[in-house]
Design a protein around this ligand. Sequence first.
Ligand code: FE2
Ligand code: FE2
Length: 293
Amino acid sequence: MFTLAHLSDPHLAPLPAPRLVELLSKRITGYINWQRRRRFIHDPAVLAKIVADIKAQAPDHIAVTGDLCNIALEEEFVRGLKWLQELGSLRDVSLIPGNHDAYVRQAVRYAPQWAPYMSGDDGAVGFPYLRRRGPLALIGLSTAVSTPPFMATGRLGAPQLTRLSETLAALAHEKLFRVVLIHHPPVSQAKRHKRLTDAAEFLRVIGAYGADLVLHGHDHLHILNWLSGPNGVRVPAVGVPSASAAWGTSKDAAAYNLYAIDGGPDAWNCEIISRGIGAAGTVMQQRRRKILG
Ligand SMILES: [Fe+2]
Ligand SMILES: [Fe+2]
C-alpha cells in the first residue's frame, strides 16, 4: 500500500507588504482583490491545521499542485520555499506551479528557488518532470503562464504536450501507476477566462496514451471527473479545495485528499480519503471512496 497526499492552492497568507514599484503591473488588481476579498478566505491557521493533519497521517509522498503565491512578489517565493521545507523533504514533496506563481512575467526570476521541488529524478528542470516513488510515476506539468489583468487561464503548449505523450507512452511499458499533476482542471465548470486553454489537446493525449490518476487544483473545489483513456479505460481527474480556505466562504472549505494505492499493473486499487476542516474548525475525515479496483 502506497499513500499519496494531495493538497493545492495554499495561497500563503498574510501577503507581504509590496513595494510601490512591485505594484506597477497586473499585481495592483490582485492586491486590491486580496485586500477586499481574498485575505478573508485564505487563513494561515487553517493551512497549519491541514499540514499538521497530513503529517499525522504520515503519507509516503505529498503532491502540491500550485498557487503558493497570491501576486508573485519576490518575498512570497521566499516564504513559499520556507513553507515547502517545513512540509517535507525534496524526496517527499513534489510541486508544480499555478497561475498565481506566474502572476506577472518577472516571477520567472524568483521561481528557480523552488526548482528542486519541481525537478525530475534525473535532476533536469523543466516540464513535464518525472519522479518515481514506490509503484508511482509522478508526472509534473506546468500550466502557469502570466496573463493580462482579470485573466486566470493556463496553457501547456505544444512542446510540453508532445513530451507528455512521449513520457506516458514510455511509462506504459514500466507498468507504474501514472499520476499526472496539473494545476488547471482538464474539465471545469469555471468561466472561460479561468480555464486551461488547451484542455482539448490535453484530453487527446490522455485519450491516446492513458494515465491512472490526474490531480489538479485551481477551482478551489472538490471535483471528480472521468476522462477517456485508451481502449475504453476511464481515468479519474480529481481536484481539491484550497488548503487554506476558511469555513463558510463561497468555495469548498480547506481539505486535502489521501490516495491509498495498491494492487499492480492492470489491476490497481485506489481509494480516496478526503480530510478537511469542519464547521468546528478541526480537520476530520469527510469522505472515503473507492475509485479504482
Ligand atoms: Fe488558486
Ligand atoms: Fe490557480
